[in-house]
Design a protein around this ligand. Sequence first.
Ligand code: EPU
Length: 420
Amino acid sequence: MDSFLIRGGVPLHGEVAISGSKNAALPIMAAALLTDEPCVIRRVPDLSDTRFMAKILESLGATATFEDGTVSIHAKKVRGYADYELVRKMRGSICIAGPLLARLHKARVSLPGGCIIGARPINLHLKGFASLGAKIKIENGYVDASAKKLVGNSVFLGGRAGPTVLGTANVMMAATLSEGITVIESAACEPEVVDLAKFLNAMGAQISGAGSPTVTVTGVEKLHGAEHEVIPDRIEAATFLVAAGATNGEVTLKGARAEHLRAVADKLNEAGVAVERSGPDLIARRKGKLNASDITTLPYAGFPTDVQAQMMSLLTLAPGISIITERIFESRFMHVSELARLGADIEIEGPSAIVKGGKPLSGAPVMASDLRASAALVIAGLAAKGATQVNRIYHLDRGYEQMDIKLKKLGARIERGAGD
Ligand code: EPU
């Protein structure tokens, strides 16, 4: 298994190009199942997760080819069965269920199961399919959804922790080919949902309101092939902004969208890292000393759960007490005990982590447990004195395109090698 060896203490300086968004690309790739015509999706990040989605589409009968960030998908004929071995490896693959149900009126998809960051239920996805008239049966670890026809309806998708991103994507996709009008209430407002709606509309769907809590889908008979360019990855961008602050450097992001990063920029500013626009670019630089800051993760446009771990690494360096509350996933604090190995002082109290910051970090071998936890450990390693080996980097490779190469260009001393 690959690892990163980081010799920390070097401020990051320079420019970094932000890749296409993983979490926008995955449902958009799945949406190509809705038509028997070819689709072309540009700016798809080359990651193990997007490669894996291509494999899933192939397993369903489509062709999917990757070339220089462009994925061409042709789902001329598809079958509606997705096996446990595929779905369990990537929770995001559940977003094939909506398109399969819409196109074939039946889908048999393995239940994804839990993962390290939380339970990851799909009850809201299923509630949405049922509202459109699908019969749902759960048997032998699989969800069977079938319908003679799907009929538009009013669907409330608010859950325990607020709206659901992939649930909204799934119901939106299922509704595109339904009869009549579907109104999704308490829809997720994330930019990735907006990007999916844009692609679906380019395919001939009639969706309005994406990006707001009420999304209206007027069903159409058929969708056609389309081309699309995926939005920049706001979580990758946020990760580089935090890394610039943590290393006391100055980094210019090329191609990030400031409007998708408001909550992150606001908290970074409070913590002592200025994030400024310079034409189309975004620049992050330390203003001086870091300050403690309290953070609560929330659905968009609140502070993203996907940046909680990275921000925690930064706040271990800020003198004083920061309280970080995780409201989206119940066990997304796996990075805490690994950060402690670098000298961080953090206690977990229910959904909150209390960070007593300001002590310098020192390098040590650490183990990545999930994608964003890996990014947090890399940031901590970049800020720490001495050498940090981050093991199990395959988690990071699921969602960050060439992170080691991009960091190297910014002056980081980072090497990929073999590890535990
Ligand atoms: N939830 C339910 N019922 C459902 C679905 C979700 O109770 O049917 C709960 C979840 O347990 C969680 C909350 O609702 O407490 C939000 O989960 P959501 O469904 O929004 O998460 P997701 O759509 O499965 C996507 C991203 C995650 C990101 C979350 C939240 C993709 C592929 N994944 O997951 O990304 O953390 O939204 O923003 O888009 C990552 O990239 O590292 C990652 C985990």
